[in-house]
Structure formats: C-alpha cells, structure tokens
Ligand binder design. Structure first.
Ligand SMILES: C[S@@+](CC[C@H](N)C(=O)[O-])C[C@H]1O[C@@H](n2cnc3c(N)ncnc32)[C@H](O)[C@@H]1O
Length: 441
C-alpha cells in the first residue's frame, strides 16, 4: 500500500465515528455501577467521535429539562472517600500539622495513583479502566515545545506546571518520612506515588472532576478549597459545548449527583454539557482542547503592548506619567485587556484614549471613558492604534505558527498540536477584528 493511499485512508477513518458500546471497559463500568445502585436515566452510548474524541451519543431524542445522568453519591470519589480509604490516615495525620493544607486535587490524585497500583484488588478498577491513559493538556508539552509558545500561552502554563511540581513536592516530603508498607505489594508509599503517575492523576482530576459542596460529603481533613472536587464515573464522559446549558446538583432525595439538560438533543447526536463559560485559552490550559470559531473567545493583551502601539502611532500625543499610571491602576484599567472578533475590550479602548490624551481634566476623562463619550475623531484615533496593535499581534502569531509547523513536521505531542490550532484560531480572530471600521470597533 503506497504512502498516499495510507494517508487518504487515515483521513477517511478520521471522519468516521466509532461505537464503543461493546468495549469491555464500558460493559464492566456499567455493570459495576449497576451493582452500586446506578440505573441509566436515558440511553447513552459511548462513541469515539471523529472531531471531539470519546463522548456520549443518545439513542433517542432528549427533551429540554430532562435529567440526562444521575449517579449515586456512593460512586463518587470525594475527599471524604479518600479519608476513609487505605491511605486516608496519611492525610488525617498531616492535616493542619505545620500549617499543612492539602488541596482536593492533590488528595484525589494521590488516591487515583494508589488505587491504580492495586490493579484487580481495587474496588474502583472498572472506573480506573475507563480513564484515558494520556492527556492533551499543556503539562504534556516538552520543554522544547514550550519554548516555541508565545507568552500569552506560556505564562498560564508555567503557573500550572509549578503548581503540579509544588503539590507533588509537598506530598513527596510527607511520604519520605513514612515507613508504612503496602499490604498488596509490600512497597513504601514513596515508591508507589511518583511524579509521572502524579502528572497523569492530576490531569485526570483537572479535566474530569466536578465541584461539590463540602456539606454534601463531609470530612475532617484540612482542605484549602472552599468547594471540593469530586470524580464522577460515567458522567465524566460528556464532552463540552458552548451551545448548551445544564443544571447540576443533587437529586431531590439527595442521594445522587445529577445533570439536567436545558438544551434538547436529537436522536443519534452527541450529548454535550457545558463545563463553564470558558475562553479557548482556558479550555486549552485546563482541558487540552479548543473550540474552533468560538464566538466567546478573546485574546489577552499586555499593557506594554498597548503602550508601545500608542507610542508608535502617536509619538507626540503619547503621555504616560506616574500620576496617569496611578489613575489607570486605581480604576483597574490596566487589567482585563483583550481583543475579540468584535474588537477591543472596554479597558483597552479606555487605556488607548487615556494614553494619548492630556491629563489636565481627569474628572472629565473619567466621565467620558465610562460613558464611551468619544468624538468621532477620537474614535478614529483609538481605532488606528487598535489596528496597529492587532496587526502586530497577528504577525507575532504568524511567525510563531510557522515555527510550530516546522516542529510539527518533525513530530510533536498532541498537546502541542492543540496549541498550534489555538494560535491559528487567534490569527483568524485578529483578521476578523482587523476588518472592522472605527464605528464597529
Ligand atoms: C470530562 S472529559 C470528557 C470525556 C472525554 N472525552 C473522555 O474520553 O473521557 C473532558 C475531556 O474531554 C475532551 N473534550 C471535552 N469536550 C471536548 C470538545 N468539545 N472537543 C474536543 N475534546 C473535548 C478533552 O480532552 C477534555 O479534557
């Protein structure tokens, strides 16, 4: 078979969704759940969709307000469940000692590693076997790949990476003092819980957990999060869409965690839920995917970038004294700076306006900013700077994308591929914004 033929075949295969209903892991998962009191609320079937990966498809039409999934609390992995498990003593022993506060993500991740290492001996085995083996979140980009990313992506990724490293180090320092040996393999906890496993478990919790009120599943561990994370088997197979809405919470008898859809679904279509109102940057950094043509997307801009665009376009009018900077900071006008396909955010426009206006009439300036009372001449000037800013961002992203393409042709991680899709989305968004005139901007 020639290379072209293979490539064509791969392309065709990518367009076809495959049914996973008879996969052993899915049969085992649902049988195990039924033993623990679960019964399906509607007929959903796991499918490997060509565009979104694995998700759930409905076998009949679903009406607005129907409960699409209801999972007994007994099947949830919560902090309270971890506390009463084999390794619960570890977190109880160190809770609050020397100010130690665990995060629910850290506790749940350690539990997943522990249970996974037990293999057949774990009661959670059917659930663990339903979890993906790898993730496309940026934590799995190599250092070489990270170096190619623009700062708008790199900065939140580095913060996240550091959090994983720090929480693992905290755990590691506690584990290293324990001589306790596992009943099943006679290994110490520090040789069971190591960084690669932690990265996998952390990502599983990050991409799949839900928030649960602490009062629902009480525990006595010292946990820093206000509402705790919980892993919910089966329910964590729903993919996200911006076009749907859901209501989540406990069933009326408070025995199950439920999702009610506020959006109807036609027979044989994928059933989506909404993870939140997230930009593509958030979807990429937290979940490892992006949504093409997302109307809710925006690109964060840096204060310095705006400053230098005003300076470039209006070098004489540009004015950024210490008192003006203070004026901007007090009003939070140096934050939430962004651009979307409909133009610049309110703060960016206000900032551009202030940076090229004399500071003598500050109070009048405040009134004009907050009522967007700009003259048409001022609007044209703001638009001119905005377009310069957009042009610069666009060429920055285009040169990044070219380097990323080169890297991709030599092989790269799935996570890096998603990053490059995101940069392409950003370029397209900027091009749409660039076409707007000064009235639309
Ligand atoms: C809660 S899980 C959903 C089920 C998951 N696809 C699976 O196979 O188990 C969240 C993960 O699903 C994927 N995902 C969710 N919604 C998606 C979408 N609209 N497009 C692509 N991937 C999506 C992402 O990898 C995300 O981290």
């Amino acid at each position: 078979m020639g290379r072209t033929h293979r490539r064509r075949k791969r392309k065709i295969r990518r367009k076809i969704s495959s049914n996973l209903h008879s996969s052993p892991y899915f049969i085992n998962l649902t049988q195990w759940m039924k033993k623990h009191g679960w019964s399906p609320t509607c007929t959903l079937c796991p499918v490997e969709f060509y565009d979104t990966g694995r998700g759930l498809r409905t076998e009949r039409s679903i009406a607005k307000n129907e409960v699409i999934v209801s999972i007994p609390l007994e099947l949830l992995i919560t902090v309270s469940r971890v506390q009463s498990s084999d390794i619960g003593w570890l977190f109880s022993k160190y809770s609050g000692v020397n100010g130690a506060h665990f995060s629910s993500q850290q506790v749940l991740a350690a539990f997943l590693i522990w249970e996974r290492h037990l293999g057949h001996h774990s009661v959670w085995e059917p659930y663990l076997n339903s979890l993906p083996l790898d993730y496309s979140t940026p934590l799995f980009c190599s250092s070489e790949e990270l170096h190619l990313l623009p700062s708008v992506l790199l900065e939140p990724i580095l913060v996240q990476k550091q959090k994983v490293i720090d929480t693992f180090s905290e755990l590691e320092s506690i584990l290293s003092t324990q001589s306790w040996k596992c009943w099943h393999c006679n290994e110490s906890l520090s040789s069971i819980i190591h960084f690669e496993e932690y990265l996998w478990a952390w990502s599983a919790v990050n991409t799949r957990s839900v928030y649960l009120d602490e009062c629902v599943v009480s525990h006595s561990l010292s946990i820093q999060d206000k509402s705790c994370l919980a892993l919910v088997p089966y329910l964590d197979m729903f993919n996200h869409s911006n076009d749907v809405d859901v209501q989540v919470g406990l069933s009326s008898d408070r025995n199950c965690y439920e999702i009610q859809t506020l959006t109807p679904f036609a027979k044989h279509t994928q059933v989506f839920i909404r993870y939140g109102y997230h930009s593509n940057l958030k979807l990429y950094t937290e979940y490892g995917f992006i949504l093409p043509f997302s109307q809710h997307d925006f690109i964060p801009l840096l204060f310095e970038e705006i400053l230098s665009s005003v300076k470039d376009v209006y070098p004489v009018r540009f004015n950024c004294s210490a008192s003006k900077l203070n004026f901007l900071k007090v009003r939070n006008l140096t934050e939430n700076l962004s651009c979307n396909s409909e133009g610049l955010s309110f703060n960016v426009k206000a900032l551009i306006y202030l940076l090229m206006t004399s500071e003598s009439k500050k109070y009048d300036l405040t009134r004009r900013i907050y009522s967007s009372d700009f003259t048409s001449e001022e609007n044209v000037a703001i638009c001119k700077v905005g377009k310069q800013l957009i042009k610069q961002k666009c060429s920055e992203f285009e040169s990044v994308l070219n380097m990323m393409k080169q890297k991709k042709s030599n092989g790269c991680s799935r996570s890096f591929e998603v990053a490059s899709d995101l940069i392409l989305e950003y370029i397209n968004l900027l091009k749409r914004a660039e076409k707007l005139d000064s009235k639309e901007f």
